[in-house]
Design a protein. Sequence first.
Length: 437
Amino acid sequence: MRLALLGCGTVGSEVVRLLHEQAADLAARIGAPLEIAGIAVRRLGRDRGDLPVDPTLFTTDALGLIKRDDVDVVVEVVGGIEPARGWLVEALRAGKSVVTANKALLAEDGAALHDAAAEGGGDLYYEASVAGAIPLLRPLRESLHGDRINRVTGIVNGTTNFILSAMDATGAGFAEALEEATELGYAEADPTADVEGFDAAAKAAILASLAFHTRVGAADVHREGITEVTAADVASAKAMGCTIKLLCIAARGADAAGRETVSVRVHPAMIPLGHPLASVGDAFNAVFVEAEAAGPLMFYGRGAGGAPTASAVLGDVVAVSRNRLAGVRSASESAYADLPVRPMGEALTRYHISLDVADRPGVLEAVAGVFARHDVSIATVRQGPAGGGATGRGEDADLVIVTHVAPDAALAATVRELRGLDIVRSVASVLRVEGGL
């Protein structure tokens, strides 16, 4: 089986190394040896150290490499939308099998790849696109096909999880925790894709598509990042017996008209310390799947890095190679359900709202009236002197309210009205609450 490797950066180099070190075992598992037909790179002269590969295999002509008749499998670890989309569509239409780690492309236009795979008759595998080495997509795609999945909740971005874990452990603010993550190599020089939730949103789209047999794209995912999470938010979560995580949440449920729909969102949220995801620290990933027959399932491990991601890539390479030798292909995309995606305003959630209010009689009654007008029920209220002080009656006070479950639109409207009240000096923070509190 001959492979065309597109990209030889952190992940691609690890793929080459593992192919070399495990050549005998991989050949035994597949039933034929794996050989690299060529490696497409941007620059030929780059120093790649002691990478165990013939230098003559490198080329800058990715499309020419893909079109070669002696290529059976195309492995793409370049990332980005273009030119990767054109390369993979070409390979799939030509009947070649494709293994990719490109979460952004799958979330942006996975439909084009699946359609091309169906047209050409090859396999499209992408385990490495979500949660690195964690075996997650294959169970959703195959093992749980006999079950009904109702909800998938996950921590799928290691950078943001490291930052939030550091804030929780040390009391640092976002900027300080991001600086530490950058120094340790967990955050890129430009961390926007991670801290603004774009990376997690792409992964949420892929998870929802597999879990609910529905094509879900990045544009369908409500996205919020962690840049507005403060040390005060983390301290408030601790006081409630919670921690803050950037969650991807994909859920099946009925809309107001009773139609079955899916909701897909990414945002920071408070979860109780007893929740399975609360103890996931550092740069680790974890995904909690709730299925009707199987019940709750937890997938945990390293979600990024060259070696873990390369492990997932090679697992897919073995699978598609065995299929080609047997003259079969895997089950095609399962999108039969074609469920509509609910807008974020209809998603059912809870809010934790921290207010700086005037410290005088009637304030709590006025605030409670705003919640009542929007049909939002209050679960708990905690009131104290402004700034968390323990003594003295000043002009302002802190008011922390946690709601019961309500449509997100109603909760957002409640916050908007609160901001307009004279007695509310400021809405210090708004965070969603998940996981039952």
